[in-house]
Design a protein around this ligand. Structure first.
Ligand SMILES: Nc1ncnc2c1ncn2[C@@H]1O[C@H](COP(=O)(O)OP(=O)(O)O)[C@@H](O)[C@H]1O
Ligand SMILES: O=P(O)(O)O[C@H]1O[C@H](CO)[C@@H](O[C@H]2O[C@H](CO)[C@@H](O)[C@H](O)[C@H]2O)[C@H](O)[C@H]1O
Length: 475
């Protein structure tokens, strides 16, 4: 165990899902080791899996937390298996189990057969996947993400949560609600795995249908971008995508409708709470506190304090009559979380903002928070490269066509939302502006920590919104 802790201490910072900020943890402590083996294991089996649950400490406390690392343990690696090795000592190799199809097979079959082991418990009441008798093929998806998703048989996706917090993960909670509501806009939920965490438990993984024929909204949006400085003409989507040229504008409207539909389903399955005056005061206070904390980490936010705080104060002063009630929402909606298929949009990843406290992610919020998340995402896209093309700098001279594109796509999204919800998010100008600012402030911190080269995008949005504070939202 001390050896494992030392080996993980060295290995964790190299993992893309681990928010190290470039620093090594000062100490990694192994909290639990939950062994698992194939369902029909024999004593002679050469391969074992363990789910290690570790607590990571950083000198300044930032980025510390509890993480899950499924490990493979073998005496020798079979030909063709080149996993990410964590340690090799005394004839034993310790490696990242998610790159070993034999161990992924063991986990999936335990979830499917609902056969747990001490410390690991598959979720009852979910249908499970239909598995062939032969060994399962699998590989990590290899996309930029804060967890690790493994593609199984090109049909299923096992999402393994990396950072663990006590209780049911909000991603699973919300997927269960949407399943109860009979939603068609999410991949089918097939199974889940819970593990012991101290005296409590934590969701370790969810298994869902893999949407194979999809293009994510982010890629669709980038393909749709006008040339920097161009007139905003529509261009054909990426090769292999199953959509008509120019259809993205309509698709964005449909996306607005799909998000409104998900909100309606979540309101039905998870209940709603009318907004009260103390509720808007608490919302404004939360936004203010997040802005203050963000300013300490991102000093270039400070010059915007006056208009930003005025926008939040306006929320506290709003008449509450007629505001949309609070409810469970997505919580971190952006173009990378929506999959465009021939059968319409599918929405994924209901875990909420990774930096936000768990209680906040589990609470009810205004649906406008999700709307603001998606509107911000069109702004992000507008500052990126078209596949094979050039991106304009935030506020740069070539950004005019991109600004026009952003405004059109944001309007299409709101229009599609309004058609299903019966009321347009843009009618809640002051509240929507405050949510846009709150999101951009969150993003400024997120990017400063993880992708500093992108921090200029949310910072420019805060500046634009701050300058525009008395007009309707345009970020
Ligand atoms: N069921 C699915 N089918 C196809 N692709 C998916 C599915 N779920 C997620 N993805 C893709 O994988 C990416 C990462 O998944 P996500 O759940 O957002 O992980 P994370 O929470 O770690 O960011 C998504 O942005 C999406 O492109
Ligand atoms: O997908 P995650 O749940 O890990 O969300 C986090 O990472 C996102 C980046 O992938 C981040 O989203 C930000 O960048 C997106 C483009 O890469 C952009 O579309 C979003 O609007 C922007 O917020 C998200 O904020 C963060 O929580």
């Amino acid at each position: 165990m001390p050896d494992l802790a030392v080996a993980l201490n060295d290995w964790l910072p190299s993992q893309s899902w681990f928010p190290s900020g470039g620093r090594s943890p000062v100490r990694t402590e192994v909290l639990h080791i939950h062994p698992f083996a194939p369902v029909d294991d024999t004593p002679a089996a050469r391969v074992r899996g363990v789910v290690a649950v570790v607590r990571v400490h950083h000198a300044d406390g930032a980025g510390g937390g509890t993480y899950q690392v499924p490990l493979g343990v073998r005496t020798s690696l079979p030909t063709g298996l080149r996993p990410d090795v964590i340690a090799q000592r005394l004839g034993v190799v310790l490696y990242d189990a998610l790159g070993d199809p034999e161990l992924v097979d063991a986990l999936i079959r335990r979830i499917a057969a609902r056969r747990g082991v001490p410390g690991l418990c598959p979720q009852a009441g979910l249908p499970g996947p239909r598995l062939p008798a032969r060994p399962l093929r699998s590989r990590p998806l290899g996309v930029e993400q804060s967890n690790t998703s493994v593609l199984v048989e090109d049909r299923y996706l096992l999402k393994v949560f990396r950072r663990l917090e006590p209780g049911t993960n909000p991603d699973l909670e919300v997927q269960l609600l949407l399943r109860d509501a009979g939603s068609r806009s999410v991949p089918r939920l097939l199974g889940a795995l819970t593990g012991r965490l101290g005296r409590s438990h934590a969701t370790l993984a969810v298994l869902q249908e893999y949407i194979a024929d999809a293009e994510d909204g982010w890629r669709s949006a980038l393909t749709d971008l006008p040339e920097a400085g161009g007139a905003g003409r529509e261009v054909p989507p990426s090769p292999g995508a199953a959509h008509e040229p120019g259809a993205f504008a309509t698709a964005v409207r449909d996306l607005g409708g799909a998000v409104a539909e998900i909100h309606r389903e979540l309101a039905r399955a998870g209940g709603t709470a009318a907004v009260t005056e103390s509720g808007t005061a608490a919302l404004a206070a939360g936004m203010r506190a997040r802005f203050d904390a963000a300013t300490a980490e991102v000093p270039s936010l400070a010059p915007h304090a006056e208009p930003v705080l005025a926008a939040y104060a306006a929320v506290a002063a709003l008449p509450v009559h007629g505001l949309w009630p609070d409810q469970r929402i997505h919580g971190d909606l952006h173009l990378g979380q929506v999959l465009r298929t021939r059968r319409g949009w599918r929405i994924v990843d209901f875990e909420g903002e990774p930096n936000a406290p768990l209680d906040e992610r589990r609470s009810r919020h205004s649906p406008l928070k999700d709307v603001a998340g998606m509107l911000r995402s069109f702004d992000y896209a507008a500052h990126h490269d078209r596949p094979g093309g050039a991106a304009p700098a935030p506020g740069g001279a070539r950004g005019g066509a991109r600004d026009a594109w952003r405004v059109r796509r944001q309007a299409a999204f709101c229009g599609g939302y309004a058609a299903v919800a019966g009321q347009d998010p843009r009618e809640f100008g002051a509240l929507l502006t405050a949510h846009l600012l709150d999101k951009a402030v969150y993003e400024a911190v997120y990017e400063t920590r993880r992708r500093p080269e992108l921090a200029a995008i949310p910072l420019a949005a805060v500046a634009r919104l701050a300058a525009d504070i008395n007009r309707l939202p345009a970020a």
